[in-house]
Write a protein that binds this ligand. Structure first.
Ligand code: C5P
Length: 229
């Protein structure tokens, strides 16, 4: 399906402690956001890529992406992730049949993963990158005391990219109120609440989200080792 992609890159990245937005921090020789846009540009079904950026940083974002990471539009993001996704949806060409949403904070994206996801999506469903939880899970009580061990059977960690039939994702956003746009942490949750079947696909390779300085060093090693060319 002809797919429009949104790379959400409007976060501040406070936990990374950088003096610039996280998406613009360089990792293995490129601004973090450029790794994802390059991977999308090399995938089979991506017709257009929209990048959301912190309001006022559009020029910096354009310079960071340069010519080797082509985009359809760079638009200011919103005050929450889902508001940034909404801004991205509004900027996509209206004729795309599927919409893929990806966090700039996951720079290990590969064209192969994008292709696997877009090959499975339909008009009326979603497909998301997700991995079965490997750790034993604890619910914490006050302080650092364990209240309970949570059964991890059937639990997955949701990642991005997340791809949906364009009509069902647009409908979910059209239906969402302020509270949901402020609180939802991914698009799949919004789709699920409206009865859209969402499938999970394990990337089978690291797809880490860069949050802390240690994550950044790990991404640097993995990208520097030439996972993506
Ligand atoms: O903050 P967190 O790392 O969970 O954000 C996930 C993604 O959403 C990041 O790529 C970030 O740039 C993006 N984001 C956004 N607009 C916001 C907040 C986060 O585009 N207001």
């Amino acid at each position: 399906m002809r797919t429009g992609a949104i790379v959400v890159a409007a976060g501040s990245g406070e936990r990374l402690g950088a003096d610039q937005p996280k998406a613009l921090v360089r990792v293995a020789g490129r601004p973090m956001v450029a790794w994802s846009v390059r991977a999308l540009a090399r995938a089979s079904d991506i017709a257009a890529v929209v990048v959301t950026c912190p309001p006022g940083r559009e020029r910096e974002m354009a310079a960071a992406l340069g010519d080797d990471a082509p985009v359809h539009a760079i638009v200011p993001g919103g005050s929450s992730r889902q508001r940034s996704v909404a801004a991205g949806i509004a900027a996509l060409p209206t004729d795309v049949e599927a919409i893929l949403v990806h966090d700039a904070a996951r720079p290990l994206l590969t064209p192969a993963l994008v292709d696997r996801l877009t090959a499975r999506v339909t008009d009326v469903s979603g497909v998301i990158a997700a991995a079965p939880v490997a750790d034993t899970l604890k619910r914490g009580a006050a302080g650092d005391v364990v209240e309970a061990t949570v059964d991890r059977a059937g639990l997955w960690g949701a990642q991005t990219p997340q791809v949906f039939g364009a009509r069902v994702l647009r409908a979910a956003f059209a239906d969402a109120g302020d509270a949901e746009l402020d609180a939802a942490t991914d698009c799949a949750g919004m789709a699920e609440r409206r009865g859209v079947p969402v499938h999970m696909l394990d990337p089978g390779a690291p797809n880490l989200k860069v949050t802390t300085p240690a994550d950044l060093r790990l991404a640097e090693v993995l990208l520097g080792a030439g996972r993506i060319t």
